[in-house]
Design a protein around this ligand. Structure first.
Ligand code: TRP
Length: 446
């Protein structure tokens, strides 16, 4: 069957920017701050960094190697290197993609809404109450649907036109604003308590399995790992790329944004005395703290706030696009769907899946725990086993490229032993908590 030549990134920088665009999003801002708040601060941050280095980076490289090598969407790529039984892992990826995008889009919807609130009436000091009003219900649903329409529209535009341009323009702006806000936060009286919370770990929490699992989950979520998003992006790459270097750039940029976001949220949280409000609804940590800060800052705060939320919307879009690209390209490769048809069909399915998350914060939280902290880890574990054990040395070496001599051995050993051991243990020891989240989801649904 004659197929159009596979689309490709027009430049190497185009790929890196799109991968950074995928990595940097609500995960760095909303999710990182809420999990840090929920898991007691510095201990979580420390474990998140450790997990990124030990588990995140090797898996990121694995996704890039398999994607570039196979030049196919995840299901096909796994079958190509591993035989058709490994398709099952690809299906798990796609399932995780559906689930994550469904509630991700709800949160992105909050972000759109805050941008408009800032624009039309300015931010008000009663941030906790406002969050409660718009986080769920018909309004949340409306903005979720709008965001899905936008995402599907951009993915229909194809790899180059839609994605590359969007990533190129607004990511640097987002980073600049967040750095500016961190500087502002440092000038606030009472900020020290926030820094202490962010930087001084307590040792009991370091040993808590749930904190450990959430940290591993956050490392994966933030780097867009464990469900084939990076794999899919790398499938549009040409051969002459040095993947370890790309991985380091992607991970470095992603970490920088999350770290600075923490330097904004926690000093502000304590300086404005918002611990109570955030404690009741940790999921809203970012959305309660920042609007309050923008309100405190007066006229300038309104302008900064609008720019902040607008660029966060763009960050969310470039991430959502990568999630959606996985499910769309899977359908295109598996069933010979055209891009436009696949986007329309799957966009509708995701929009519907998001309805329960837009109706109930507990459902949203449980979906995030299960997909983000469990399914992604299972996916990453599967991929590590795949590249570590299923792919033979010569095959893996060829896929990784000859330039990989120096890092190749270490990388393979990490994928064979360290990554499966860490992920396996974390998933096993946190199993009760995971079952609890499942039960909560089932209870809320039925
Ligand atoms: N990493 C993105 C963020 O931080 C979200 C995201 C995009 C993602 N693609 C993904 C998460 C794939 C998990 C898997 O906002």
């Amino acid at each position: 069957m004659a197929r159009a030549a596979r689309e490709q990134w027009s430049t190497r920088a185009g790929f890196v920017l799109a991968a950074v665009g995928s990595a940097v999003g609500l995960g760095n801002m909303w999710r990182f701050s809420y999990l840090t708040a929920e898991n007691g601060g510095a201990a979580f941050v420390l474990l998140y960094v450790a997990m990124t280095l030990l588990v995140g980076l090797p898996v990121l490289l694995a996704e890039l190697v398999v994607g570039r090598g196979a030049r196919q969407s995840p299901i096909g790529a796994l079958a190509r290197y591993g035989g058709s039984r490994w398709r099952a892992l690809g299906f798990l990826f796609v399932a995780a993609g559906f689930l994550i995008l469904a509630y991700y889009s709800v949160i992105a919807g909050w972000t759109v809404r805050y941008a408009l609130v800032g624009l039309l009436m300015g931010f008000d000091g009663d941030a906790g109450e406002r969050f409660g009003q718009l986080a769920t219900g018909p309004r949340a649903l409306f903005w979720h649907l709008l965001f899905m329409v936008l995402t599907a529209g951009l993915v229909m535009g194809g790899v180059r036109r839609g994605i590359e341009r969007a990533s190129l323009v607004l990511m640097p702006l987002l980073f600049a604003i967040v750095v500016g806000l961190a500087v502002y936060a440092a000038t606030l009286p009472g900020a020290e308590a926030g820094y202490r919370y962010y930087f001084q770990p307590s040792f009991e929490e370091l040993l808590d399995v749930r904190v450990l699992r959430d940290a591993a989950g956050q490392a994966f979520f933030s780097l867009s790992l464990g469900m084939g998003a990076m794999l899919t992006y790398a499938s549009y790459l040409s051969r002459d790329t040095h993947l370890p270097a790309e991985s380091a750039v992607i991970a470095g940029a992603d970490f920088a944004v999350a770290f600075v976001a923490g330097l904004v949220v926690f000093p502000m949280l304590f300086a404005f005395g918002l611990e109570g409000e955030v404690g009741e609804s940790t999921v809203g940590a970012l959305f309660i703290t920042l609007p309050h800060a923008f309100a405190e800052m007066g006229g300038a705060g309104r302008v900064v706030g609008i720019f902040f939320f607008v660029s966060l919307v763009v960050g969310a879009l470039t991430s959502a696009i990568s999630l959606f690209e996985v499910v769309v390209s899977s359908l295109m490769d598996a069933a010979d769907f055209e891009r436009a048809h696949a986007s329309l069909l799957l966009g509708t399915v995701v929009a519907l899946l998001g309805v329960p998350a837009a109706s109930d914060l507990d459902v949203l939280g449980a979906m995030d725990t299960l997909a983000g902290n469990v399914l992604l880890l299972v996916g990453g574990l599967g991929l590590a086993l795949f590249v570590g054990w299923r792919m033979d040395d010569p095959v893996a070496e060829a896929a990784a490229g000859a330039s990989g001599i120096r890092w190749f051995g270490l990388w393979r050993r990490l994928l064979r032993y360290a990554v499966p051991a860490v992920l396996g243990l974390v998933l096993w020891f946190a199993r009760e908590d995971t079952l609890g989240a499942l039960a909560a989801l089932a209870g809320a649904g039925g």
